[in-house]
Write a protein that binds this ligand. Structure first.
Ligand SMILES: C[S@@+](CC[C@H](N)C(=O)[O-])C[C@H]1O[C@@H](n2cnc3c(N)ncnc32)[C@H](O)[C@@H]1O
Ligand SMILES: Nc1nc2[nH]cc(C(=O)O)c2c(=O)[nH]1
Ligand code: SF4
Ligand SMILES: [Mg+2]
Length: 228
């Protein structure tokens, strides 16, 4: 049984595929936080910007097998462009919560069978199934990585327990810094354990990328544009 908080059609807002039309599938649950605000300051990941509890969101629900969930997600991709237009390759982004608690090879194969490329947004602490086309790992503090290679490493910055230097030698194709969103509904940040809220996280990310050109800036463009 797959538990899905919500699913929706939007533009990928972050990282190396930013701007690409995508079906997002947000799985319920995470291994680094319960999702309850009361637990945030004691959690292994404390700055999450996402509600991933339950299955009550837009197009959310419980799906008994891979074919049922894949059919549901495929309905969210729009009909083909008009005559003369080139159809973009259908693209699904599995996120969460932590998608690698639930994503498995049958679901990846079911999306491939429906013509989709498969992307994943993960905290990197759990092993990944085979067949993922675009793998984004976003490390969280001192939580050990089970995945040390992939398409992109997208580090939320700054995190005192996870400086970029810890990851610069891993085997990813692209390296991004994404400024930590410290706004309402995201981080209730303990100053000593995460990041001082007085820091301008975007300015700090820009400065780091200028000084370390291995790293590129990833802005959360869906928040800037207000599309989701
Ligand atoms: C909500 S997470 C879900 C996927 C997975 N659990 C993970 O952490 O990568 C999706 C993306 O949002 C990023 N993110 C979460 N909270 C953020 C925040 N306050 N500011 C910027 N990015 C954030 C994560 O690092 C991750 O790249
Ligand atoms: N548009 C949009 N792009 C995203 N890229 C990663 C997201 C996520 O929450 O995993 C996300 C999201 O929530 N919305
Ligand atoms: S950012 Fe990812 S790892 Fe951290 S609590 Fe949110 S869903 Fe879990
Ligand atoms: Mg998001």
């Amino acid at each position: 049984m797959y538990h899905v908080k919500e699913a929706f059609y939007t533009l990928q807002g972050e990282g190396g595929q930013a701007g690409r039309a995508s079906v997002f599938c947000r799985f319920s649950g995470c291994n680094l936080w319960s999702g309850r605000e009361a637990d945030r300051t004691a959690a292994a990941c404390r700055f999450c910007d996402t509600d991933f509890i339950g299955t009550d969101g837009q197009n959310g629900g419980r799906f008994a097998d891979a074919a049922l969930l894949a059919n549901h997600l495929a309905t969210l991709w729009p009909d083909r462009d008009g005559p003369g237009a080139r159809a973009g390759t259908p693209y699904v982004v599995f996120t969460g919560g932590e998608p690698l608690l639930q994503l498995d090879e049958p679901l990846i194969q079911a999306m491939h069978a429906r013509g989709f490329e498969v992307a994943v947004e993960t905290n990197g602490t759990l092993p990944a199934p085979a067949g993922i086309d675009w793998l984004c790992v976003s490390p969280k503090g001192q939580n050990a990585l089970a995945i040390t290679a992939g398409s992109e490493l997208k580090l939320v910055y700054p995190q005192t327990d996870a400086p970029p230097e810890h990851f610069a030698g891993l085997a990813f194709d692209h390296y991004f810094l994404q400024p930590m969103d410290t706004g309402p509904g995201t981080a209730e940040l303990p100053v000593d354990t995460a990041v001082n809220p007085a820091v301008n996280t975007t300015a700090a990310s820009v400065a780091y990328c200028l000084a370390h050109p291995q790293w590129r800036l990833s802005l959360q463009t869906h928040k800037i544009t207000g599309i989701d």
